[in-house]
Design a protein around this ligand. Structure first.
Ligand code: XMP
Length: 477
């Protein structure tokens, strides 16, 4: 029987280093065959971790988020679309309503889409005006018509389709305006440029973006009948990569699903998982994936290993899977069990190209769900997607192809529900993770992640070594 090791079983041995400053190292990597990232961190497709808000923050920081699939196809596609619209310099299909709509309808639309400005269009598509939060701030009558509240067409500055970023910035500056609709000679709208989007671009120079300048985002799908329709909707909404997400990814179901996606959609980016063996990687690569997600039972909220007895300690799983991935030219995503930047460094040193993180990001402001206060401290919830509560709440998401009736007595949960401390913004958490990783690269004398994997040497430690690795023999403040 071989021995399996995980993060706490090992340390990385320091190497002679020519790295002078932590700023000299690069944290760039590949998520999958064709998607580069500037930081090797992916937020998990869990309903307590990644919806559009988290995905936007992750992509701005240079990583990526995978929108979970435990909602209707329509809603998931809308979450993807939100990310794709968050930062592009031209909003191609601005949210719009008719002059005859009411203030109440406009407010509902603003809340639904998380936007502070709506275009107002005549029935024939001509621009009638713009309605922004400034126009309605002190209006109390929800029945008032948008036509009475909007800034009308004759007071709007517009520009023609094809306006460049520089031209748009000059107009926004000259007229001290926030929004610039792009209209043709017939006043038909072709897009919208906003000052906010332009400013946001400058704030996030390392953001993960597609070739149209939109933030990148992934979206999870299952393998039950109907998954191809969900995939089609997510791709139409602009998803950069689909993640075939099932607990036992080394299964005929997953392999068939990947094959069907390839056949139907051709050249799209596909990730699949989760597996824990080299053969699992090979079989998924043969089926046509662009990256493999590794980790069975390694997650903080997983009890798969307790319930089934199956799993491979995560470091061993990464080492074996990464070796197969390297041979086949396919990146590995280490999913589950990451608590610290030291764990990230170990996962990358073991050969993963990126790490997927659940609970360690579930406590941030950008994760879905509310903050609860217990004994004067703030917490958020993290739950396994195979936990009892997650399984039971699925039917409530509405009629959907992947939702099936669940009788709670029959649920065999493979995950738990838990609280995690509130940790502030995801940016702050990522800064700590990435700062620690940069430091790790310098301890290894590595200028980038590929060099870390090449040079890294692990030492297996004992319990005494583990004890020595944390603060010890002091009373912590
Ligand atoms: P962390 O440790 O970052 O792990 O919270 C996140 C990963 O855990 C997996 N996951 C589960 N595994 N039962 C499981 O066995 C579950 O209910 C469950 N929910 C999530 C998943 O791979 C995630 O990315």
């Amino acid at each position: 029987m071989k021995i399996g090791l995980t993060f706490d079983d090992v340390l990385l041995i320091p190497k002679r280093s020519a790295v002078v400053s932590r700023q000299d190292v690069s944290t760039a990597t590949l998520l999958s065959r064709h998607i580069p990232l500037n930081i090797p961190i992916v937020s998990a497709n869990m309903d307590t971790v990644t919806e559009s808000r988290m995905a936007i923050a992750m992509a701005r920081a240079g990583g990526i988020g995978v929108i979970h699939r435990w909602m209707s196809t329509e809603r998931q596609a809308a979450e993807v679309a939100r990310v794709k619209r968050a930062e592009s310099f031209v909003v191609e299909k601005p949210y719009a309503l008719a002059p005859s709509a009411t203030l109440g309808q406009a407010q509902a639309m603003m809340t639904q889409h998380g936007t502070g400005g709506l275009l107002v269009l005549h029935p024939d598509g001509r621009l009638a005006g713009i309605l922004t939060t400034r126009d309605i701030r002190f209006e109390t009558d929800p029945e008032r018509l948008v036509a009475e509240l909007m800034t009308p067409r004759e007071r709007l500055v517009t520009a023609p389709p094809g306006t460049t970023l520089e031209q748009a910035m000059a107009l926004l500056h000259r007229y001290k305006i926030e929004k610039l609709p792009l209209v043709d000679a017939d006043d038909q709208v072709h897009g919208l440029i906003t000052a906010k989007d332009i400013l946001k671009r400058a704030l996030h120079p390392h953001a993960s973006k597609d070739n149209k300048g939109r933030l990148r985002v992934g979206a999870a799908i299952g393998v039950r009948p109907g998954f191809l329709d969900r995939a089609a909707a997510l791709l139409a909404a602009g998803a950069d990569v689909l993640v075939v997400d099932i607990a036992h990814g080394h299964s005929e179901n997953a392999i068939r699903a990947v094959g069907a996606l390839r056949q139907r959609f051709g050249n799209i980016e596909i990730i699949a998982g989760n597996v824990a063996t080299a053969q699992g990687v090979r079989d998924l690569v043969e089926a046509g994936v662009d990256a493999v997600k590794v980790g069975v039972g390694s997650g903080s909220i997983c009890i798969t290993r307790v319930v089934t007895g199956f799993g491979v300690p995560q470091l061993t799983a990464i080492i074996e899977c990464a070796a197969a991935g390297r041979e086949l030219g396919v990146p590995i995503i280490a999913d589950g069990g990451i608590r610290t930047s030291g764990d990230i460094a170990k996962a990358l040193a073991a050969g993963a190209s990126s790490v997927m993180i659940g609970s360690a990001l579930a406590g941030t402001q950008e994760s879905p769900g509310i903050t609860v206060i217990r004994n004067g401290r703030k917490y958020k919830v993290s739950r396994g997607m195979a936990s009892l509560s997650a399984t039971l709440s699925r039917p409530a998401e509405g009629p959907d192809e992947e939702v099936e009736e669940v009788e709670w007595e029959k649920v065999v949960a493979e995950g738990v529900e838990a609280t995690v401390p509130y940790r502030g913004s995801v940016d702050e958490v990522l800064q700590q993770f990435v700062g620690g990783l940069r430091s790790a690269l310098s301890y290894c004398g590595a200028l980038d992640i590929a060099e870390l994997a090449k040079k890294a040497e692990f030492v297996q430690i004992t319990n005494a070594g583990l004890r020595e690795s944390g603060p010890h023999d002091v009373e912590q403040l």
